[in-house]
Each structure stands twice: as C-alpha cells, then as structure tokens.
Design a protein around this ligand. Structure first.
Ligand SMILES: [Zn+2]
Length: 281
C-alpha cells in the first residue's frame, strides 16, 4: 500500500510544505503513536521528498529516491543506539553524546543534499522502536537543543516515539508534533477465555469469586498475561460494535492496569479478584 493512501492527510501536508517553500517545513518534527514502523516509513518519505531531484512521485527513480529506498543515502541517517555510531563509541544502550557531536561536526560543512536525521530505537530483532528516557537520555537530548533550534536551511530532525512524554519537553517545545495512527491489523483473539469471561456483563454479581477462581485455575496452564490480553481482546471486540460505550473503555483501562500489575509480580488471585469485582456487576 502506498504511503499516500495510508496517510493521505500527512503525506499531503508534508508534500505541500516541501513544495511550497522550504520555509514552511518545520526543522524539527516529532512523531508519536504505537505504529513505529509507519512513523519510520513516513520519516523516510519526508527525507525522500526533501531530496528528490525529479517528480517527487511514489515511483520516482532519481538517484536520491533510490538511495533513500535502499537505506544508503549519505545525508539521510538513522540515529539510534545501534545505528550510525562513531568508531570510538562503544555505548550500546543509548544514543550517545558522541553521536550528537558527530552530527554537529557534520553540520559544520555544507552539503548539496538536504540532511535528515531520524532519531529512534531498535529492538533486538532490528525492528524500529521508539525513543524513551532510557535510550535517549537528557544529557544527549540537551546537547542537541542548540542545533535543533537554530534555523539552518537544508537540515531536518525527526524524532520517533510511542508516547510523547517519553521525549524531553525541551525537544517537544522545539518540534512540530504529529500523532501517527496505527494501521496495523489488531488480532482480537479471545479464545483463551471463551466460556469463562465472554458475556461477562451478563454474569450475576454473586459469581464474582467463582469466575476469579476459574481464571486462577486457567493460569496454572496459561500465562497470566495471555489471559489478561485475551480478556482485553474480548472487550475490544465488543467495543467495536458498541463504540459509544464508555464503560467498556474504562474496562480496557482496568485491564491495562492489571497487565502492569502482572508484570510487577502481583499474585494472580489478587489480580483476577480485582478485575472480576470491577467488571462483573
Ligand atoms: Zn526522486
């Protein structure tokens, strides 16, 4: 699917900003939302539009467009804790001060290209992930502030993150921020709790601890998080046909909280009792 079909508004917005005049184009951009992959594709598309020497269309075969598609453009760099590290930089968990210095040094010399720096993270499988306070620490963020706020033609910074508050406010205030909605297909599988928790809104209140017990029994065979995920999927599936039901949205939040509790090692009995008491009435 073409990016312009997936995100017509944003693609249009940036195409117009870029073609109207580079002045309309923000120097620092921040994308946030769950779909990091689409954020990255959007960032690269912006880099392509800024560098294309030809028609700027989706199938353009000019050298700049080709290089960007192949991830080999000399002026479009992904900056992560794993990408584009200077040789003497052995940090592996963070975007480092050395990387920030490397960028500053690059900007001292002029370039025929429009330089684009895409700041993000990668997971262990190499998939694009978001910036957070661990991988993009205050020291590095702050060292970039000066070059981000100084208007310089031909340079664009793009930051990718899941939650906007995971990036320092000083970066946010100097950037134009855009929410990128997720276009990933969500799998609403709830077979794990089928027959136990489905139709829970029809279960009488007196059954609360009985249902909790059934979930605890299930947890002897299935990881607690899978059960919670499954209950949440069921609520999401119901919500799809009742989008105005605010109680369901609350229930999804309760499940989010339960998943956090499970991660913290809270006992399944307490977690399931709590969910059943809150959801069954
Ligand atoms: Zn091109």
């Amino acid at each position: 699917m073409l990016l312009s079909d997936k995100y017509p508004f944003l693609t249009n917005y940036f195409t117009q900003a870029i073609t109207a005049s580079n002045k309309a184009m923000p120097q620092s951009i921040l994308f946030y939302g769950n779909d990091l992959n689409s954020q990255y594709i959007m960032a690269k598309e912006i880099a392509r539009l800024l560098n294309c020497q030809d028609e700027k269309n989706d199938s353009c075969q000019c050298l700049n467009c080709k290089w960007i598609r192949e991830d080999s453009h000399p002026a479009v760099l992904t900056i992560s804790r794993l990408d584009n590290k200077p040789e003497d930089d052995d940090s592996k968990t963070v975007i480092s001060i050395k990387q920030s210095l490397m960028i500053k040094e690059m900007l001292v010399t002029s370039s025929d290209f429009h330089r684009v720096f895409i700041f993000c993270d990668r997971d262990d499988d190499g998939n694009i992930a978001g910036l957070n306070p661990q991988n993009f620490q205050a020291e590095t963020s702050n060292s970039l502030l000066k070059i981000i706020e100084e208007p310089q033609p031909g340079i664009t910074f793009i930051f990718l993150t899941r939650y906007i508050n995971d990036v320092l406010p000083t970066i946010i205030s100097r950037s134009q921020c855009f929410f990128i909605p997720s276009k990933e297909k969500i799998n609403y599988d709830y077979s794990t709790v089928e027959g136990i928790f489905t139709n829970y809104f029809e279960i009488p209140r007196k059954e609360v601890f009985n249902i909790s017990q059934k979930l605890q029994d299930l947890a002897k065979e299935v990881p607690v998080n899978t059960i919670l995920e499954s209950i949440q999927n069921y609520i999401l599936a119901v919500l799809k046909t009742n989008p105005q039901n605010h109680e369901l949205i609350n229930h999804i939040k309760i499940l989010e909280n339960a998943k956090r509790q499970a991660k913290l090692g809270i006992r399944p009995m307490n977690i399931f009792d709590d969910i059943c008491l809150k959801l069954i009435h």
